[in-house]
Write a protein that binds this ligand. Structure first.
Ligand code: SF4
Length: 747
């Protein structure tokens, strides 16, 4: 028996077990049989694990995985030590991907809406009926010459599946295919486009730098490629060479900030000005390596003028400037807290200018632009924003909407009135495997596989200054009656017929993917090196998790024209200070990210690394502020902006400025399964509806709030007792000079 056939049989057991759990009793579909191991399949030995290489798709970083499978069940996901992005590491979200696969709240088969929109009430239908219904809707649209009224909205897909989805939309006659994600880092990409000429994220060589100046980049937790950066950071601090230094600039101390040598709690919205003041000081002190284009612009940002605006002493700005310029190599990075302001592009450009002035671009230990993405990387279309979709829906320009992987109803402020706009779309289909807040608005659901059941590929952005192409392969047979995402598009193309069927002719997505890699192989000589033809290359790539080439050193110069995007002023916050005294910082929490991790019980159970809180939302308030408001830890408060109100218990946090409060993003779901629904609060709900007009990125740090005592309600559940030692001397400390003296004495 072949492995595939065997997995299919095992899959019957998997479906039975899953359905039994959902129904609260053990049940088996009719005709299911137990297969004895008298003649075991070729690569399955009872009791012996098989490992398959694949890719984690729970965020855009593209970490390589090794999945341990026993008797057809995925047991454990580990990082692939050979993969250049994560080198064996894997974050908590990646570790939890088995809980997405076997989640009791997965949508197990196609559904048709029977209750009002948003109610989540559905009836089961067959795949045949689901595909025919959606195809009939599209055919009708086409027959009325309204192809442009078909929109496809997905998460930021890349690689071959993105190409297939794009082909489907254009063959249908529509140009409306958009990507959406809360943390798409479009401001950063736009800043890089206008400064270095590529709309992508370069390789920040944290591993080899000696002085890392991070403007709000929580790179060891949630920023861009956290496993890759954490790995690099570990080497920077404990590698063979001299230990590097980390300085973190941010109003609220993140997990990365907690590991820094110095924390600079600049006033919210002024970090860009601080970066420019540091750059100007470098120029003024004659320490600049490449400042010819910037002298004039930078002269407006004198340290003495910026000090009071940023709330950072002038001496500290000067000290940072000297150390940043003199330490070789050094590196500055612009994280989410900088790029999430209304002038986020300006902040990211300011940091790029600082890097150029200090001579950090294109050098090891600095900013290394990624060259070739092998033509398949994630493309950012700055013109396609969530506001474009809302306006189109309100203007009756969307008749059919298909959504996959994106949950804008949860991640868009209420002020955007997205739900109202969706109610005007006559037909919505979702390909989600979970009943998230956006899927709950769908008329029909055609559930796609999770990544552990599906084929795919990934071309990570940022890369590692080397070409990387990874393969996603199914490691188990489908647990439920879901389909490969690619197969849904292919079967839908066949059902729609005409141009679409003529354009998409592959029998299935596995074949489509393989053909795509054949093209990649024939175009790229490096891939062909050392292989005995494509089949040999393909099998090796499957075994290894993909293909990656040697490093290619790329360089770039920062274009002086980027200066036109510098706003030169602190970011704006909505709400009068007298009424709303505190800046609100909503931030991506380590486990939940933009809310996608909230349906996985391991992640709910995982103590937050800074507060140790589990299963809920909290608001971080400086102890001095809390005392002035008469609040103590655990008190329930209302957090009110000009746009709405949420409630959460207080967490006393000395690592936040007294004029700022912070709330993690991720909880407050109205749908999304038993572990997520009805738990905590979503700070995005009370934000203004602001997106950057150039990039389309949402401005998360954009409102002030007031804090008032709330009704008793949710409890603060946390693992830590007290953060104080109460004079017990639990943590013994010693100064560096004392330590050196003691070391000498011992030697
Ligand atoms: S950073 Fe975490 S969630 Fe993102 S790809 Fe890597 S393991 Fe997956």
């Amino acid at each position: 028996m072949k492995r595939r056939d065997f997995l299919k049989f095992i899959g019957i057991g998997g479906v039975g077990a899953g359905a039994g759990f959902v129904l609260g009793k053990v049940s088996k579909p009719p005709g299911a049989k137990l297969i004895p191991y008298l003649i075991p399949p070729e690569d399955i030995i009872p009791g012996v694990a098989t490992w398959y290489a694949s890719v984690c798709t729970l965020c855009g970083a593209g970490c390589g995985t090794l999945v341990r499978v026993m008797e057809g069940r995925a047991k454990k996901v580990e990082g692939n030590p050979g993969h250049p992005i994560n080198r064996g590491g894997l974050c908590a979200l990646g570790q939890s991907s088995v809980q997405a696969l076997y989640n009791p709240d997965r949508i197990t088969k196609p559904l048709k809406r029977k209750g009002p929109r948003g109610s989540g009430e559905y009836a089961e239908i067959t795949w045949d009926e689901a595909l025919k219904t959606l195809a009939a809707n599209l055919i009708e649209l086409k027959s009325k010459n309204e192809s442009e009224k078909f929109h496809l909205l997905t998460s930021p897909l890349g690689g071959t599946i993105d190409r297939l989805a794009g082909e489907f939309v254009s063959a249908f006659g529509s140009s409306n295919y958009s990507h959406y994600g809360l943390f798409q880092r479009k401001n950063l990409a736009f800043a890089n486009l206008s400064t270095m000429g590529t709309a992508s994220i370069p390789h920040y060589d944290i591993e080899n730098t000696k002085y890392l100046l991070s403007f709000g980049a929580d790179f060891s937790s949630t920023w861009v490629s956290p496993v890759n950066y954490s790995n690099g950071y570990g080497k920077m601090r404990q590698g063979t060479g001299e230990r590097g230094k980390l300085v973190q600039v941010e109003p609220r101390l993140s997990l990365t900030g907690a590991n820094a040598d110095e924390w600079v709690p600049a006033k919210p919205g002024t970090e860009a000005l601080l970066a420019l003041a540091i750059a100007n000081t470098i120029v003024e002190k004659g320490l600049a390596r490449d400042a010819s284009a910037w002298r004039g612009v930078l002269s407006r940002y004198k340290a003495k003028d910026m000090a009071s605006i940023c709330d950072v002493p002038v001496e500290r700005i000067e000290a940072m400037a000297v150390e940043f310029a003199r330490t070789r190599p050094s590196l500055a990075i612009a994280g989410d807290s900088v790029s999430s302001y209304e002038n986020g592009i300006s902040g990211a450009i300011a940091v790029n200018i600082l890097n150029q002035v200090a001579g950090n671009i294109g050098v090891i230990g600095g900013v290394m632009p990624n060259g070739d993405d092998l033509g398949n990387g994630k493309k950012i279309d700055f013109g396609r924003k969530i506001s474009t979709l809302i306006s189109a829906a309100n203007a009756d320009k969307i008749k059919t909407l298909i959504v996959y992987g994106a949950n804008p109803v949860f991640t868009t402020p209420k002020a955007a009135r997205l739900e109202e706009a969706l109610s005007k779309v006559p037909f919505i289909a979702s390909f989600s495997s979970f009943m998230d807040e956006t899927t709950a608005h769908a008329d029909i659901i055609l559930p796609a596989h999770t990544s552990l059941e599906d084929w795919g590929d990934d071309f990570p952005d940022p890369g590692v200054a080397a070409p990387v192409a990874s393969i996603i392969q199914p490691v188990v047979s489908p647990v439920f009656e879901t389909k490969s995402l690619g197969d849904i598009f292919i079967e839908l193309a066949r059902a729609v017929g005409g141009n679409v069927a003529g354009k998409i002719t592959a029998p299935n997505f596995a074949e489509y993917l393989k053909a795509s890699w054949k093209g990649l192989y024939s175009r790229n000589r490096e891939m062909a090196a050392g292989t005995l033809g494509f089949e040999d290359f393909w099998n090796k790539a499957l075994q290894r998790g993909g293909w990656w080439g040697p490093s290619r050193k790329m360089t770039a110069t920062v274009s002086a024209r980027a200066g036109e995007h510098l706003t030169g002023a602190p970011a704006r916050f909505e709400g009068e200070e007298a009424q709303y005294p505190f800046y609100l910082i909503p931030y991506a929490q380590t486990a939940y990210m933009d809310g996608r991790g909230a349906n996985l019980p391991w992640l709910q159970e995982l103590p937050d690394p800074m507060t140790s809180v589990v299963w809920g939302t909290w608001v971080e308030i400086n102890p001095k502020t809390a005392a002035s408001l008469g609040l103590k830890e655990g008190d329930m408060v209302n957090i009110e902006s000009p746009f709405g109100k949420i409630s959460a218990p207080v967490y006393l946090y000395p690592g936040i400025r007294p004029d700022t409060v912070a709330v993690p993003i991720g909880q407050g779901h109205s749908h999304y399964g038993r572990y997520a629904k009805g738990r905590g609060a979503n700070p995005i709900e009370i934000l203004p509806y602001k997106e950057d007009p150039l990039s389309g990125e949402a401005a998360l740090n954009s409102t002030r709030v007031r804090i008032t005592r709330g009704a008793t309600g949710e409890r603060l559940v946390k693992m830590e007792g007290s953060t104080k030692e109460f004079g017990r001397g639990i943590v013994q400390t010693v100064s560096p000079s004392e330590f050196k003296r003691m070391k000498k004495e011992v030697v």
